[in-house]
Design a protein around this ligand. Structure first.
Ligand SMILES: [Zn+2]
Length: 137
């Protein structure tokens, strides 16, 4: 396990992403669902990616996911990441469908596997926002 964690900055927000980052600040993965066709999507957008409707609702996802793929980073010279090496960068498939790029933490990187069950946890930043990452379920 890493001696130190990745140092997350406060997320940059705009009118499309603010609800997502505020949700993370409450400990929730907030996704969008199209009221017209039912499509669940992430990243947040102003229109449905399936039918282009603007009738989108936000809802709190379960926070449960499975690892789709991952890599273990052993070298990164960026100050926010340098001391966290080795760390796991992964794509996880949320239970509700969307795929999210994230970190897997809370375990030895050598124990992470494709298909592994994980759950969200949140690192608080400024302005009541947070960054999600995942730990073994
Ligand atoms: Zn739609």
């Amino acid at each position: 396990m890493s001696s130190r964690e990745v140092q997350y900055k406060t997320p940059a927000t705009d009118w499309q992403t603010l609800a997502y980052w505020e949700g993370c600040g409450r400990g929730e993965i907030v996704l969008q669902r199209c009221s017209d066709c039912g499509q669940v999507q992430h990243r947040p957008r102003g229109l449905c990616v399936a039918c282009f409707s603007s009738a989108l609702e936000h809802f709190a996802a379960s926070g449960k996911a499975t690892v789709y793929t991952f890599t273990v980073t052993h070298q990164n010279g960026m100050p926010a990441f340098r001391d966290a090496c080795p760390y796991v960068l992964a794509y996880v498939d949320l239970e509700e469908g969307p795929r999210l790029m994230t970190h897997i933490t809370g375990c030895d990187p050598d124990t992470v596997a494709i298909g592994m069950a994980v759950k969200a946890e949140f690192v608080t930043t400024d302005r009541g926002l947070a960054v999600p990452r995942f730990i073994p379920a």
